[in-house]
Design a protein around this ligand. Structure first.
Ligand code: KIV
Ligand code: ZN
Length: 519
């Protein structure tokens, strides 16, 4: 039987990045895009090119790197956005521009302050302009979930006529029930027929994003927009892993459909994104949560020991999770074994990255007996940020606060200059951050601080995520630090954020100089 393809459109790098605290630097975005390609997603929405020079740069670099998946940029229905999107993806092997305008009465009246006729005109002009850059144009009726179906038919006719080949109908505010979404998709699918592919983009405000996406497939949608770990604006988007695994596990219901996803890359993708964003999926999150395959009650454990299928509907290995989680390597492991393990985990490292990661691995193996796959994933992710390490921590000594004044003494290298200084603080972490500020001359303002443990055991690695602003006019920067010692991980995270900030600022200056040249 010929199965119908469900196109998986991943928006982790765009809508996912809109999750509070999830911003990523260019190097991290490239790592994620490469993993999404290995996962087999059809379309990677790599960002919103007009949003910032950082977004543009990341989309441009992803376009140069990705060959199998289509690379897409979002654009509002305005010329400058569409031009930025077209320019950013120009070097991609397969390119798409995704343009959108709101179609609900509340958005048209209060946000856009435009009449429905003006909205249609703008949408058509935008699709026509986008077609001058690429063949593949997607048009979204933003807030379709609260839009009038007659109006959506009218605007769809017009944009299809202008050249759009995908019509996306987002439940932007996540308000619809599966039955309601089903009716909307069925109606639009019957109306549009094979003139365009119907896509859905469901938000999870009521926890219904995945259910709504599945109901949409049943009713004619052939593209699903989703994110790894369900990241996204507010309560997030439909989780890719849940949509895909439901299609697979319930192949009795979804017998006519298939995706291009290699499900064994789901767990690696989930870990990569959690490590980079510092946003861990909730422990009981379906498919990728820490407890998704844990059997706690005696009755369940007994059943699983006798026959796994008594309580397990998914095999962990189907999502690429090795529960035995192999004590992979130890301090005697050589570079070849290390590289071959990283190859198996799907990491492709340049020579320099391999050298620095191997050095970090050796340091770790000296102190930590068992090194698990998840430790290696976190280690590689923290080394491969793609950001130049302007400042590097050389040494750190702390005085704890028991009865005394918390203080930190640190040695930091900047280019070839090595500086040592010390500071006191309200607590040890405060002392560490103040010392870094003193040495580097930057005054960071800490907005968020989070520690999670990687893998298991008392000697688990600490993964610290900080959110810092170094300039009140610039967006907050995320930094990550990994170490067996939480304070050391904190210092690395803070310095990492500073390095990201400096690299971003350098890029902005470069762009300014470039544009000055052309004026
Ligand atoms: O939620 C939404 O409506 C969006 C659009 C830009 C597709 O993210
Ligand atoms: Zn969205």
């Amino acid at each position: 039987m010929n199965k119908e393809k469900i196109i998986i459109f991943d928006t982790t790098l765009r809508d996912g990045e809109q999750s509070p605290g999830a911003s990523m630097n260019t190097g991290e975005k490239i790592q994620i895009a490469s993993q999404l390609e290995r996962l087999g997603v059809d379309i990677i929405e790599a960002g919103f090119a007009a949003a910032s020079p950082g977004d543009f740069d990341a989309i441009e670099k992803i376009s140069q790197k990705i060959t199998k998946s289509t690379v897409c940029s979002l654009a509002r229905a305005i010329d400058s956005d569409i031009k930025a999107a077209g320019d950013a993806i120009a070097k991609a092997n397969k390119q798409r521009i995704h343009t959108f305008i709101a179609t609900s009465p509340i958005h048209m009246q209060h946000k856009l302050k435009m009449t429905p006729e003006e909205v249609i005109k703008r949408a058509v002009a935008s699709v026509q302009y986008a077609k001058t850059f690429v063949d593949d144009v997607e048009f979204s009726c933003e807030d379709a979930g609260r839009s009038d179906i007659g109006f959506m038919k009218e605007i769809s006719d017009a944009v299809i006529q202008a050249g759009a080949s995908t019509i996306n109908l987002p439940d932007t505010v996540g308000i619809r029930l599966p039955t309601e979404i089903g009716i909307m998709i069925k109606t639009m699918h019957e109306y549009i027929g094979d003139r365009a592919i119907i896509s859905v983009h469901n938000h999870n405000d009521l926890g219904l994003a995945v259910a709504n996406s599945l109901e949409s497939i049943i009713n004619g949608a052939r593209q699903v927009e989703c994110t790894i770990n369900g990241l996204g604006e507010r309560a997030g988007n439909a989780a890719l892993e849940e949509v895909v695994m439901t299609l697979k596990v319930r192949s009795d219901v979804f017998a006519n459909f298939e995706t291009n996803i290699n499900t064994k890359e789901i767990y690696p993708a989930s870990r990569l994104i959690a490590n980079i964003t510092g946003i861990e999926p909730q422990p009981n999150k379906a498919i990728v949560g820490k407890n998704a395959f844990a059997h706690e009650s005696g009755i369940h454990q007994d059943g699983v020991l006798k026959n796994k299928e008594t309580y397990e509907i998914i095999k962990p290995e189907d999502i690429g999770l090795d529960l035995e989680d192999t004590i992979v390597l130890g301090k005697h492991s050589g570079r070849a074994a290390f590289k071959s393990k990283l190859d198996k985990l799907g990491f492709v490292l340049e020579k320099d990255e391999l050298n620095s990661t191997f050095t970090r691995f050796k340091e770790l193996a000296d102190k930590k007996k068992d090194i698990y796959d998840d430790d290696l994933r976190a280690l590689v992710t923290s080394e491969m940020t793609g950001v130049e390490k302007e400042y590097e921590l050389v040494a750190m000594q702390l005085m704890d606060s028991t009865g005394g004044v918390p203080s930190a003494a640190m040695t930091i290298k900047h280019k070839d200059i090595v500086t040592t200084d010390a500071s006191i603080g309200d607590g040890t972490i405060d002392a560490v951050f103040k010392t870094i500020d003193r040495i580097t001359g930057y005054q960071g303002r800490l907005l968020d601080y989070k520690v999670t443990s990687v893998s298991k055991g008392k000697d688990a690695l600490a993964n610290v995520t900080v959110k810092v602003t170094f300039d009140k006019n610039e967006p907050a920067i995320i930094g990550h630090g990994l170490s067996l010692d939480t304070m050391l991980a904190s210092a690395r995270a803070y310095i990492g954020a500073l390095n990201s900030y400096l690299s971003m600022r350098g890029m902005l200056k470069l762009r300014d100089t470039d544009s000055n040249k052309t004026v």
